[in-house]
Design a protein. Structure first.
Length: 360
């Protein structure tokens, strides 16, 4: 479990110390406030720690290997022109610092890099063990339709896609999990398959389909919102989102209607209950309320943290955190949703109070 992430001079954050919950973490802010940056920063260190090679499967990398791996992952996940572009701009030369603390102290890592850095970081704290579970990063769009052949193309050509897409496509193409975990997988899949109207299948060429009672439909022909649910269903079926691990999901509510968001929220909570530490970035009031309702009614034991990202007058972003939305300050995007609800109710009340004119 990732216990905390401390950043200094990182992109829009002059300084922030985020203390994460064991089960669910909700990062809330307006567009441009750094939600995705927080998700990616947390993901990078875990992905590097969990990386496997043919020669080294469990031993931690040496300092030189770690410095190279972290720098490379930052570059391929964030896609800046140079590593120094991730340092918050100030007067003169400055440096960025990222520090990660886990429940297993042997996983802790901290490193820095400066505004003039191209491909180098400097390790301050090196891990002594490796993370056992590969993290999952889900972007705002679905990936099932691009997965066939994407990984081989990504690794043999220069594609301007962030590496989280490549990482997730590898997990989507993994074989189905077998054995004692199948019962838990079935329980998680059933509500998703009811909403999707079928099961996710893959052919020998690696193409994904939705198999319903009426027949098999190419994933390209399935509505995008349902394709996002299908992506989660596939990752559950392969065991990537089961037992232990991490899920980072950027705006899970995008392209989903409220009915499907309700299913999505329940799935997020069930995945967290199964042992996955979940991190989501959102500005959907509907999703946050649904998660709150579920926690109060069905998951009261959850260790949940909320993080509000707030713009400061100088353009930087500060972080307020707490166990509920009430503790993280006012978020403009959420206030607009609430204000619109008030305006709508007032408008309807005014209309009902206005005498109707005689049709004559």
């Amino acid at each position: 479990m990732l216990k905390s992430l401390e950043v200094e001079n990182f992109t829009v954050f002059p300084k922030a110390h985020l203390r994460f919950g064991k089960n669910l973490n909700i990062i809330i802010g307006e567009n441009g406030a750094g939600k995705t940056h927080v998700l990616k920063a947390a993901y990078v260190a875990i992905a590097v720690s969990a990386a496997r090679t043919k020669d080294v499967a469990t031993e931690p990398p040496n300092r030189a290997q770690l410095q190279s791996a972290l720098a490379d992952k930052l570059l391929t996940v964030f896609r800046p022109d140079g590593l120094g572009r991730l340092v918050r701009r100030g007067r003169g030369r400055d440096k960025c610092r990222l520090s990660y603390r886990f429940d297993q102290a042997g996983l802790n890592v901290a490193f820095t890099f400066s505004t003039v850095a191209k491909t180098e970081v400097r390790i301050e704290v090196a891990p002594t063990i490796r993370e056992k579970s590969l993290p999952v990063f889900l972007p705002t769009r679905e990936l099932l339709t691009i997965a066939p052949g994407f990984v081989s193309l990504y690794e043999t050509t220069h594609l301007s896609f962030e590496e989280t897409w490549r990482d997730t496509c590898i997990l989507l193409e993994a074989p189905l999990a077998r054995g004692p975990r199948e019962r838990n997988i079935k329980n998680l899949l059933e509500p998703l398959e009811r909403v999707m109207g079928g099961k996710v299948e893959v052919d020998k060429a690696g193409r994904f389909y939705l198999h319903a009672d009426s027949g098999r439909m190419e994933m390209h022909l399935v509505a995008e919102g349902l394709r996002k649910l299908a992506m989660v269903a596939r990752l559950i079926a392969t065991g990537s989102l089961l037992d232990k691990g991490y899920l980072f999901w950027d705006e899970p509510e995008s392209n989903l209607n409220p009915r499907i968001i309700k299913t999505l929220a329940k799935t997020i909570m069930q995945v967290a209950k199964s042992g996955i530490q979940v991190f989501i970035g959102t500005h959907s009031l509907f999703l946050m309320r649904e998660l709150h309702i579920l926690q109060v009614r069905e998951f009261p034991q959850f260790d949940t943290r909320c993080f509000g990202l707030h713009f400061e007058p100088d353009g930087s972003v500060s972080v307020q955190q707490g166990k509920t939305m009430d503790e993280i300050g006012d978020i403009a995007a959420l206030d607009e949703d609430l204000a619109q609800s008030d305006r709508y109710i007032e408008t309807e009340m005014d209309l009902s109070a206005t005498p109707k004119e005689d049709g004559n």
